[in-house]
Design a protein around this ligand. Sequence first.
Ligand code: APR
Length: 243
Amino acid sequence: MGAIRNIVILTGAGVSAESGIATFRGPGGLWEGHRVEDVCTPEALARDPALVHRFYDLRRAALRDVRPNAAHTALARLDREWTGDLLIVTQNVDDLHERAGAERLVHMHGELQSALCAACGVRERWTDALPPETECPNCGTFALRPDIVFFGEMPYHMDRIEAALAAADLFVSIGTSGAVYPAAGFVQMADAYGADTLELNLERSAGSGFFARSELGAAGELVPAWVDTVLAAQSTQSSPMSR
Ligand code: APR
């Protein structure tokens, strides 16, 4: 592997699993209690706003009972110590990456602790319940909704993500099933731009075949070990001895 300077990391529900947050498609997965179409589409929000708001209220409230795990902590350390470019692109809507200290981070599917006004487009930090018909503090209409990207809506930060993939030397996917696009297609974009690609996941995913390497195991074990390796290589890459 040539010298690595620019890294893009994609995380999915698997990175938060060991913190006690249910994944979507595993046993006991979040979608098992609901049909996706009933809670995560614009149509569902229009048809039954109380159900959709309550679904996200419960997930937002559950954030108080969970903590970042070793994978979040290791990625935050990488963010602090990596001197090249780094972007953590999370599909997750929890705040565990932030609470672990990550800063070079974007939430492409939105955030539980944010409310979006469907009328004026302003976002408000929101940590409590968000009932339907809540008044927007900015424009006064009663159009606040969960700031979650529903199926059929455009994910956030795509320009920044695509620019980072184009410049990446290494793309790492952690804890995602590779079931949902555009995130599932990032590995092919990174590969097409010449980046090395690595998957860290509990089991083979729908995208495993697109990665140069896949390591199977729990994120809480694989991610700290991988971060140690990358930071050790950085210190040898930059030390004068290695000139
Ligand atoms: N360590 C690593 N990987 C794990 C762990 C773990 N401890 N536990 C589960 N996994 C893996 C599973 O094997 C699975 O491949 O994490 C992946 C979780 O897949 P999904 O439940 O499909 O979650 P995700 O890939 O993040 O879903 C993508 O789908 O429903 C939408 O918007 C939602 O962001 C979500 C998107």
